[in-house]
Write a protein that binds this ligand. Sequence first.
Ligand code: ADP
Ligand code: AMP
Length: 213
Amino acid sequence: MKIIMLGAPGAGKGTQAKMIAEKYGIPHISTGDIFRANIKNGTQLGMEAKQYMDKGLLVPDELTVKILLDRVAQDDCKKGYVLDGFPRTIPQAEVLDKALTELGDKIDYAIDVDVPDENIVRRMGGRRACLSCGATYHIEHVPPKKEGICDTCGQELVLRDDDKPETVQNRLNVYHEQTQPLIEFYQAKGVLKTVDGTVDMKDVFTAITEILK
Ligand code: ADP
Ligand code: AMP
């Protein structure tokens, strides 16, 4: 099963993708997590990506597409995967589509987690991320057991640089301009499903599992 999560930054794509990955035993692939791991490890890719990420801009397609195609070619992706944060532009979607078509394969579901902009800014300010293992929390909705510390790996939680309010508005603008057109792209392919992302995260997940049945 090959699934794409669509939605604005902060809509809950990562939260739902992790639950899908666990329930269906497929890898959760987040290009944002891959970039953050590269930044943390001080790689060339990380240094290049950071310049764009800190401003709320998209990392150029040339850098992004290659890491994604390399990742989905790995053995653990044979049964499928859930993509979170990729594709984010029409050219990225076209490259993925072409690569899958060449393998006689296709995306099964593109799930749009729908959350209006008003809710997003509030959510992002409360998000806390573990840069070590990729776990995500929210100070009100999903607090860690011990304030500021990751439940999973014990590392310190941070407010991501790109979750600061001044950057969030840029990211929303970029989303509407460059990523939202993917909704029509996948609708035309007959694989688009939309869920209400404003309800409790368990209820969002229930709606998704109904779709994937
Ligand atoms: P995305 O991957 O789309 O950027 P996340 O999954 O990281 O978004 O979610 C953004 C923030 O909102 C996180 O702090 C997360 O804990 C919180 N969150 C996710 N889903 C919900 C929900 N249904 N209701 C309230 N808060 C949520
Ligand atoms: P995310 O963790 O998905 O919110 O991504 C954080 C940031 O990483 C984005 O704001 C972009 O700067 C960058 N990024 C992640 N995925 C992509 C992608 N598919 N294309 C371009 N930039 C991306």
